[in-house]
Design a binder for this molecule. Structure first.
Ligand code: KET
Length: 398
């Protein structure tokens, strides 16, 4: 009966996690998936989360279905974080916001919306991008293309090529952008470069879709939202998918959001209605636990401040690991340049290692990077960084 069903070889990121778990090497280090581990290699539970969870546990409350678009106060918290607490747009009632099952869910609902209401639009992703961007949009029937982005030689953005490519696109084509901590390269646009990109987006009447999964891991929470806020300032239509998986270390709670900025309040009502319809047809309403945790933290000044401190502590530890890895590698291979490790931002570093070198790291040393050479720097710590640097130096020297 199921003989015609194709075999699924698995997702390149999630499959590597399984390989890592099955590896018996006692020195193994997981630098594959984008997860932040603390200085002891453990997945942290943030202090602000512990306090919020305790409040939720006493008394334990009933669990009704949430509305299709999630808790109103959660939606408000997403908007404040993305657009700014006092941003005038928040008073204008023209942002259609939906609580979603992680940023993945937001991308999926957004892709379904684009397929339904902009059926001739293509979606362009950066070359390279998070592999699932392509899968999600194609899976929703949207044709996907790519725009020039990463320049391997200079470890920076191919800005001119990117701008001229965007200039060749059609009205209402969707351009998927990473506002901060680009996945997988760690190479971000500067504010000046964003201004140029967004100007082209505006002139060509393109639709920016900003996927922000790492807010607070690049610079500050506000600085990381520069591109989003600039788009609002320029009056662009805008899709934003956001995630609390990483910056609240709540991966399994699956909490994210989709916000679509519309020209008028009346359009926002209709857009939100269609988003709810998509949700109703797939999973009906979002899970409630994570939404309540976020709601408690974001709407309590003390807990919010505590959270901000904890996000920045994670960010700073990642930065420190970048410097440490760089210095050990420079000492071992002085003829090579490792500056890229400290200029790239966020969780990821595109190391430029060949697939063979990545394979050797895995089989000989139990050090797991994605085959594309992406390393999750947030998996490094003071106990394993020397080991990883030695392993990298070993495969690089031949
Ligand atoms: N967008 C980007 C850019 C991203 O890197 C991830 C996750 C997501 C969205 C999904 O977020 P969530 O809210 O958890 O649904 N990326 C890491 C994990 C994964 O592949 O699922 C990764 O790149 O390793």
């Amino acid at each position: 009966m199921f003989k015609h069903v194709d075999f699924y070889a698995g997702d390149p990121i999630l499959e590597l996690v399984n390989e890592f778990l099955n590896d018996t090497n006692p020195n193994k280090v997981n630098l594959g998936i984008g997860i932040y581990y603390d200085e002891n290699g453990q997945l942290p539970v943030l202090e602000c989360v512990k306090i919020a969870e305790k409040r939720m546990a006493d008394p334990i409350s009933p669990r009704p279905y949430l509305p299709m678009d999630g808790l109103p106060s959660y939606k408000k918290a997403c908007q404040q974080l993305l657009f700014g607490k006092d941003a005038p747009i928040l008073q204008e009632n023209r942002i259609a916001t939906l609580a979603t099952i992680g940023a993945s869910g937001a991308l999926k609902v957004g892709a379904e919306f684009i397929n339904a209401w902009f059926p001739t639009s293509k979606c362009y992703v950066s070359d390279p991008t998070w592999v699932n961007h392509i899968a999600i949009f194609e899976g929703s029937g949207v044709e996907v293309g790519s725009y020039p982005y990463y320049d391997k030689k200079t470890v920076s953005v191919k800005l001119d090529a990117m701008l001229s490519f965007l200039n060749s696109l059609n009205k209402n084509d969707v351009v998927l952008l990473h506002p901060c901590c680009h996945n997988p390269t760690g190479v971000d646009l500067t504010p000046e470069q964003w201004d140029k990109v967004l100007e082209v987006m505006k002139n060509r009447e393109l639709i920016p879709f900003m996927d922000i999964a790492y807010q607070g891991f690049g610079e500050s929470l506000d600085e990381d939202a520069y591109a989003i806020r600039k788009s609002v300032e320029l009056g662009l239509p805008l899709f934003v998918s956001n995630s609390f998986s990483k910056n609240l270390s709540l991966y399994g709670e699956r909490i994210g959001g989709l916000s679509i900025i519309c020209p008028t309040e009346e359009e926002a009502v209709r857009v939100l209605g269609q988003l709810k319809l998509i949700v109703r047809r797939i999973y009906s309403s979002p899970p409630s636990h994570g939404g309540h945790v976020v709601d408690i933290i974001m709407n309590d000044d003390t807990l919010y401040e505590q959270w901000v401190g904890e996000v920045y502590a994670m960010r700073d530890r990642i930065k420190a690991m970048r410097f440490k890895l760089k210095s050990v590698l420079e000492a071992k291979l002085p003829e090579r340049n490792f500056d890229y490790l400290t200029t790239q931002k966020g969780m990821f570093s595109f190391t430029g290692l060949s697939p063979e070198q990545v394979e050797r790291l895995k089989t000989e040393f139990g050090v797991y990077l994605l085959a594309t050479s992406r390393m999750c720097v947030a998996g490094l710590n003071i106990h394993n960084v020397d080991y990883v640097a030695n392993a990298m130096a070993e495969v690089l020297k031949d």
